[in-house]
Design a protein. Structure first.
Length: 324
């Protein structure tokens, strides 16, 4: 019989987010190599102080773990107080990125699980405000978001990752402002795969080779996604290009229209690069993820004439340590 701990799901909590002292009382667990499952570190009745959180961080312990029920409490807390937390000058940028990514992943998970286009779009607008505020507040935010990006593929996590990577790349390569990020990039990047909600899940998670009919159905998602979005929001030309053309390739081998580079916007080129990167570097039912280095090798060697090389070089530079 499984013991109580083994039967639970646990979610990581960034230790530095506890430094502000506003986090609700939670049961906190710690993971050690010698233990098969997390063990209780502090109960909700004995809350962790900011000073103790500093000691943990000083000892290279950057995560504690929350059981599922406490994680739900934590998410409700973030939904209410995230705008205040990300403006707190005493909260380290690492913590701001962690709690913002945490909130974004769970908010988009619930929205996509609802299969309700209106809910997905409304949630995305709220999420984008927080992500852009943090991303543009500190040069170190990009590096922290990259380190946090999930390597387990799901439609919601892929959407969040592509959004973060794409806006960071656009900021580096094009020098975009927060306003431009919100109007021209964020919505398209975050909702680029929305059309996949209309594709049967068994096709999206199929482990074996897709049939010709299944491949053709998947190729409809850019046009379907744009139609879905137009029903609930005004779509700028830039956002339209991202959603409709993120699978187009410079040599004309992409879909849905087989456009060549002359007709593919910079916005769509950026989405194509970060979309490919996240697809290769995350675990999927039909493939094991590659490391960051291996992913860039594949992109350079196998896609050299299909994606924008200058933008790819700029993207690679985002992965350098801030100290380099």
């Amino acid at each position: 019989m499984l013991n109580e701990t083994a039967a639970r799901k646990f979610y990581p909590l960034e230790v530095s987010s506890l430094l502000v002292g506003r986090i609700p009382r939670l049961n906190l667990y710690i993971r050690r190599e010698e233990d098969p499952e997390p063990i209780l570190f502090r109960s909700a009745s004995v809350p962790l102080t900011p000073q103790q959180a500093q000691e943990l961080a000083a000892n290279n312990i950057h995560h504690l773990w929350l059981p599922e029920r406490d994680y739900e409490v934590y998410q409700r807390f973030l939904a209410q107080f995230l705008p205040i937390l990300i403006l707190d000058p005493n909260l380290p940028v690492r913590a701001k990125c962690s709690i913002t990514y945490d909130y974004s992943i769970q908010a988009m998970r619930q929205a996509f699980d609802s299969n309700d286009t209106r809910q997905v779009i409304e949630t995305s607008k709220d999420m984008l405000k927080h992500v852009i505020a943090v991303l543009f507040s500190d040069e170190r935010a990009t590096h922290n978001f990259i380190a946090l990006a999930s390597t387990d593929y799901a439609l919601f996590s892929h959407s969040v990752n592509v959004c973060l990577f794409g806006m960071a790349l656009a900021r580096r390569a094009l020098g975009i402002s927060e306003e431009t990020a919100m109007e021209e990039f964020g919505p398209g990047l975050l909702l680029h795969d929305l059309g996949k909600l209309r594709i049967p899940r068994e096709i999206l998670v199929k482990e074996g080779k897709l049939t010709l009919e299944e491949r053709q159905l998947i190729k409809t998602h850019p046009e379907t996604g744009l139609e879905m979005i137009r029903d609930f929001m005004t779509v700028t030309p830039e956002v339209e290009s991202i959603i409709l053309h993120h699978h187009e390739r410079l040599d004309g081998s992409g879909y849905p229209f087989g456009l060549n580079g002359k007709y593919i916007s910079t916005h769509a080129r950026i989405c194509a690069i970060v979309d490919i990167f996240d697809a290769i570097s995350t675990d999927r039912p039909f493939q094991k993820r590659k490391s960051t280095f291996e992913t860039f090798q594949v992109m350079r060697q196998e896609l050299s004439n299909r994606i924008d090389e200058k933008l790819l070089n700029e993207f690679i530079l985002l992965f350098q340590s801030p100290d380099e």
